[in-house]
Design a protein around this ligand. Structure first.
Ligand SMILES: O=C(O)CCC(=O)C(=O)O
Ligand SMILES: [Fe+2]
Length: 343
């Protein structure tokens, strides 16, 4: 049988990101399902990133989410400011340009790098599960678009929650443990739906003369289990290769880029990689139309986390006896701790 999952979305500088037909996992026969699950795990172990096609989320659903996002960010600044992000524990609300400070987790980014860092050229809206009254979401209000926005975003949140559960099932099957092993870690939906807007900007902004690198989103790794990333056609997302270079994660229509986060890396005793990535100006081949500015870029990141009340200890099969690299940690404490350091 030909390897149905051998396509590559990215292959450069030893970074190979597979393009996986997820329908083979969702509705293939047992052999196809197992092969797809192994491809998913292999991608997370080697690159920390995969692309999924035929993932079960319809193009209409995705484009509707993007169109709501554009409408939301076009609202007057004072409406958005009234919805401001208010705490790391909640991680909900509007984040204006310059508020988030992404810093690398490891020690390469010390003071020197922090001093050098310049604010990201982005704004975002974070949406959490909507059933925690003490940590309310912040919604626009007062018009029909606002009503539709809330309804559709909550629907999209649930759709993505389901895909999180399915991808974790693929990881479990790939690892050779019970396929449902993660279900009790993914059913609460302690996830964050983040709408991102990188405003249109003069090309000259990126040509700094003070030695600082101007980016749309600084180099970082994500915190949780996995992130589902929907990107538009603009490009600019880059993933760090084993050689230390940044490689373009070129948009492929209809796909979702999925990357493993730091907590999954830890949970897997570092058998899965949480790979650094960033967003820079669009690559020349996409946007070199001779104009003075880049158009806006929109993306939607769905940050998935293990249920906040679950203890994270190495997944069976990922460590030798007495070879666990990390102490047990409560999921919610870990994620909130990372967010506290970021804002
Ligand atoms: O906008 C993107 O493509 C990536 C965003 C991202 O990496 C993040 O928000 O964690
Ligand atoms: Fe990220």
């Amino acid at each position: 049988m030909a390897n149905i999952n051998s396509a590559q979305a990215v292959a450069q500088d030893d970074l190979v990101i597979p393009l996986i037909d997820f329908d083979q996992f969702l509705s293939g026969d047992p052999a196809a399902k197992k092969a797809a699950a192994e491809a998913v795990l292999d991608g997370f172990q080697n690159a920390g990133f995969i692309y999924l096609k035929n993932h079960g989320i319809s193009p209409a659903t995705v484009s509707n989410a993007f169109s709501h996002s554009a409408t939301f960010f076009a609202r007057p600044q004072e409406q958005k400011d009234a919805m401001a992000w208010y705490s790391a524990a909640a991680n909900r609300g509007y984040v204006a340009q310059g508020r988030e400070k992404l810093v690398p987790l490891d020690e390469t980014g010390t003071e020197e790098e922090m001093r050098k860092s310049v604010p990201d050229l982005k704004e975002s809206l974070e949406i959490g599960r909507d059933d925690e009254p003490e940590m309310p979401n912040k919604w626009p209000s007062g018009d029909q678009a606002a009503t539709d926005f809330k309804k559709d975003m909550l629907g999209f949140f649930q759709t993505c929650k389901t895909l999180h559960m399915q991808v974790m099932r693929a990881i479990a099957l790939g690892m050779g443990i019970e396929e449902s092993w993660f279900d009790g870690f993914t059913d609460a939906g302690d996830n964050t739906l983040r709408l991102l807007h990188y405003p249109g900007v003069a090309k000259s902004v990126f040509k700094r003369t003070d030695g600082q690198l101007q980016v749309r989103a600084g180099e970082h790794s994500d915190y949780g289990s996995i992130t589902l990333l929907f990107q538009d056609k603009r490009g600019g997302l880059q993933v760090r290769s084993p050689k230390g270079t940044f490689v373009n994660a070129t948009p492929i229509e209809g796909t979702i880029v999925v990357n493993a986060g730091d907590l999954l890396a830890q949970w897997s005793n570092d058998t899965i990689k949480s790979t650094k990535h960033r967003v820079v100006e669009p690559p020349a081949q996409i946007e070199d139309d001779g104009s003075e500015s880049y158009p806006p870029r929109y993306s939607i990141a769905y940050f998935c986390n293990p249920n906040y009340d679950r203890m994270i200890q190495a997944i069976p099969g990922t460590y030798e006896e007495s070879g666990r690299k990390y102490k047990d940690v409560l999921s919610g404490e870990y994620i909130t701790g990372r967010l506290t350091a970021t804002y």
